[in-house]
Design a protein around this ligand. Sequence first.
Ligand SMILES: Nc1ncnc2c1ncn2[C@@H]1O[C@H](COP(=O)(O)OP(=O)(O)OP(=O)(O)O)[C@@H](O)[C@H]1O
Length: 252
Amino acid sequence: MTAPTTYAWEIEARELRIKAGRRTAVDGVTLTLGRGVHGLLGPNGAGKTTLIRTLATVLRPRSGELTLLGGMELRHLRRQVGYLPQEFGHYRRFTVREFVAYVAWLKEMRDIPAAVQRAIERVGLADRADDRMKTLSGGMIRRVGIAQAIVNDPEILLLDEPTAGLDPAQRLRFRELLTELGTDACVVVSTHLVEDVAAACTDVVLLSQGKLVFQGTPDQLAARGTEQHAGASPLERGYSALLGIPNRPGSW
Ligand SMILES: Nc1ncnc2c1ncn2[C@@H]1O[C@H](COP(=O)(O)OP(=O)(O)OP(=O)(O)O)[C@@H](O)[C@H]1O
């Protein structure tokens, strides 16, 4: 039985300021996120990875307040979080099953074999479960990364560019999986693909130069764009409008 939740939001950040090296990569972000799929967008260097690493409790904020799952103690909290880093390290000689089981063990889970099997099935790798990681393609390894992030049915799921390296069919399946996961969990997905956001996200969080420039639904983002802004779709034009990117064909 799960304990009743005593918090309004899975993630509450107030005036978060986070350093990456010497740089202030996140600069005063205030944000609340509940269940659903939150698409984290922003240009290169906006601070997306730094924010996700902080939500994963890997980095500590320099100042501000971050409350995860109502302020749960760190050790318990980490069992309730799933995290796919941008650069996902794995053991090449482990099989898929061994690797996902190892992560489940680190999270001190019970009934590991059943949970591992289910996570592997959810990412469509049941037929490769007993193959070594070194025999998999880049897209398959990314899917193992997703499997290890969801093996514990996390309440907070953090995915840093999960669709990088997935082919179009895999991306479609991944979006369906995201929609399923977002019904029970607070899912934060960083991506460069505005189409991923349109297809699977309940809301969009847009960062630029470490600051929050927009939070709202994909439709609200699309409504901000005009023909004067760069982009091939309403959502892309909304993104460009908020970042001040004019429609100038031929320029980068
Ligand atoms: N270890 C580090 N040392 C110094 N600067 C860093 C470090 N990590 C990140 N930065 C800087 O902090 C800023 C934010 O980086 P971050 O990786 O969070 O951005 P991002 O939005 O994830 O970018 P991308 O879309 O390119 O992945 C960038 O200017 C980056 O150069």
